[in-house]
Design a protein around this ligand. Structure first.
Ligand code: F0G
Length: 448
C-alpha cells in the first residue's frame, strides 16, 4: 500500500510537503515536526455528483455505516476499508432553527440555526472525530490509546476505546475538568491520570508518553480525527436542505474543529459540491484567548503556509515568563497553546474567518438563554451565541444572514457551572430554586 492509494498523509508546511502512507500513525511530520493532513487522490474515488445524493443512505439505516452521521459521508473521508470502520451511532444530531435565541443575539427570525453536537453518544462533538480516528487505530493495529483532555476528549476516547477493545489512558489537569466528563471517563474504564498542571501541560506529556511507549494518540493532532469532524459541516448543510449557510460560528479551544471545518469546505468547493464557502467566526474565552491575541493583535496569518513562527514563539515565551495558566468557566476551551493553531489559520484564510473573545459573564448568560429556549449546552458551546451577539452589534455578521452555531457539548457535562449560575444568582437570567416549608398552603402561595 503506497501513496498511490485513495489517501495519504501530507505535511502542511509547504517548504517540507513530505508525504506518507496513510497506514502509519504519526501525529507530527517525521521530517519537520509540523502538522499532517489526511489528503485524497480524488480522481480515484467515486464521489456523488451532488451532496443531496447522500440522503439516499437514510433509507438504508439498518447498515450501521449508513446510520452513522460520520460514515454516511464516507466517500469524503475515504481512508479506510469498511472492515476497519468503527461506529457506535455517532452524529445523530439536530440542526434546530431557534428564533428565541436569535432574538437574544440580535438575529432576524428564521436566520439562526443551532447544531446540537451534545446529542452524540458521549455527549459532545468529539465522537465524530473518534469514529474516524479509532477506525484508523484499528487499521494500523493499535492496541493502546491515549489522549490529553479538558474532559470531552477523554470521555469520548474512553467510550470508543472500550467499544473496540483498545486500552486507554487519559491525561487531565487536576481540578480542571467538569464533573460530568470526569465521571464518564472513569465509568467507561479509562485509566485516568490527573496531572498537577493545566491542559497544555497534559498535552505536552501525552505526546512524549505516546512516543516513548508507542501508544496511539487521539488528540486532534491526529489528522484522521479531524476527518471525522468534517462531517459536522456536512450535516449542517444537510439540515439546511443541502444549502450552505452564510456563517458558521464555533468555539475555539485546541482549534481542531475550526481546522476541520475549513478543510471540509475547501474540499467541497474543490470537488464542485458547493458553490461558495461560508464565513467562519471562531470564539475564544477571554481567559484563554491565544488565537484572538495572535490573529487580531499580532496579525498572524496563514500566509500560504509560511506562518511567522517568531510571532508565535515570542507570544508563548511571554506566557511562560509570566507563569500564565488560562482560566475560564468554559473549562473545555481553557487552553493557551492550541496545537492546531496553524491549521486554524488556514481555515481562517479559506473561510474569511474572524476571531473574537467573550467574557465568562457573556458565556454564562448566553448559556442560560440556550437552556431556556433551546436544548441547552455546556459553557464552551455557549461562547458561540455570546460571540455572535457581539459580532451582530459590530455589524460584522448581518442580522438577516443565515447563521449556524455549533453547540459542541451537552448541558449535563458541567452541572456545577449551571447550578452555581442559578442558585448563586450570578447572572441576568438566574432562575434559583425556592425553599418552601413542608406545608400545602405555603407551597400554593409560592406558585406563580
Ligand atoms: N467545545 C467543547 C465542548 C469542547 O470540549 C472543546 C474541546 C471545544 C469546544 C473546543 O474545540 O479544540 O476543536 O477548538 N475540548 C477538548 C477536550 C480540548 O479535551 O475535550 P477545539
Amino acid at each position: 500500500m503506497g501513496i498511490n492509494s485513495n489517501a495519504f498523509q501530507k505535511c502542511i508546511n509547504p517548504d517540507c510537503g513530505a508525504e506518507f502512507d496513510y497506514v502509519r500513525a504519526f501525529f507530527k511530520c517525521p521530517e519537520c515536526g509540523e502538522l499532517l493532513d489526511a489528503q485524497y487522490n480524488w480522481d480515484k474515488i467515486e464521489i456523488p455528483h451532488r451532496l443531496s445524493e447522500f440522503a439516499k443512505r437514510w433509507a438504508n439505516r439498518t447498515n450501521p455505516l449508513d446510520f452513522s452521521g460520520v460514515w454516511r459521508f464516507r466517500e469524503l473521508l475515504n481512508f479506510c476499508d469498511d472492515k476497519y470502520k468503527v461506529t457506535i451511532g455517532e452524529g445523530q444530531t439536530i440542526l434546530q432553527q431557534n428564533d428565541a435565541v436569535a432574538e437574544y443575539a440580535g438575529v432576524k427570525p428564521g436566520c439562526l440555526y443551532l447544531q446540537y453536537e451534545g446529542l452524540n453518544p458521549s455527549g459532545s462533538f468529539k465522537d465524530n472525530g473518534m469514529a474516524a480516528a479509532f477506525s484508523h487505530a484499528k487499521m494500523v493495529g493499535a492496541t493502546s490509546s491515549a489522549c490529553a483532555s479538558t474532559g470531552n476528549t477523554s470521555a469520548s476516547v474512553a467510550l470508543y476505546a472500550h467499544h473496540c477493545g483498545l486500552k486507554c489512558t487519559v491525561f487531565i489537569g487536576s481540578g480542571r475538568i467538569a464533573f460530568g466528563k470526569l465521571s464518564q471517563g472513569i465509568e467507561y474504564g479509562a485509566q485516568t491520570i490527573q496531572i498537577l498542571g493545566d491542559f497544555d501541560d497534559c498535552m505536552r506529556q501525552v505526546q512524549d508518553v505516546c512516543t516513548k511507549l508507542g501508544l496511539y494518540l487521539l488528540n486532534s493532532l491526529n489528522p484522521f480525527r479531524l476527518e471525522g469532524q468534517k462531517t459536522i459541516m456536512y450535516r449542517i448543510i444537510e439540515g439546511l436542505g443541502w444549502e450552505v449557510p452564510d456563517w458558521i460560528v464555533v468555539p475555539g479551544g485546541n482549534l481542531g474543529n475550526s481546522s476541520a471545518f475549513g478543510k471540509a469546505f475547501y474540499e467541497l468547493k474543490q470537488l464542485g459540491l458547493i458553490e461558495r464557502i461560508p464565513r467562519m467566526a471562531i470564539i475564544n474565552a477571554t481567559g484563554a484567548d491565544t488565537l484572538t491575541e495572535l490573529v487580531n493583535n499580532k496579525k498572524l496569518i496563514w500566509n500560504d503556509g509560511r506562518v511567522n513562527q517568531k510571532i508565535i514563539d515570542d507570544y508563548y515565551t511571554a506566557l511562560t515568563a509570566r507563569n500564565f495558566s488560562p482560566h475560564t468557566c468554559a473549562s473545555a476551551i481553557e487552553i493557551s497553546r492550541p496545537v492546531n493553531l496553524k491549521k486554524c489559520l488556514r481555515a481562517i484564510d479559506i473561510c474569511s474567518g474572524v476571531v473574537r473573545a467573550v467574557t465568562d459573564e457573556e458565556i454564562l448568560d448566553a448559556k442560560a438563554i440556550i437552556g431556556k429556549f433551546g436544548l441547552g449546552c455546556e459553557p464552551a458551546s455557549a461562547a458561540t451565541i455570546a460571540g455572535l451577539k457581539n459580532l451582530i452589534t459590530e455589524g460584522i455578521i448581518g442580522s438577516n444572514q443565515r447563521i449556524a452555531c455549533v453547540l459542541t457539548g451537552h448541558p449535563l457535562k458541567d452541572p456545577n457551572v449551571t447550578v452555581d449560575y442559578h442558585k448563586e444568582k450570578q447572572g441576568k437570567f438566574s432562575n434559583p430554586p425556592i425553599e418552601a416549608p413542608n406545608d400545602i398552603d405555603e407551597i400554593i402561595k409560592l406558585i406563580k
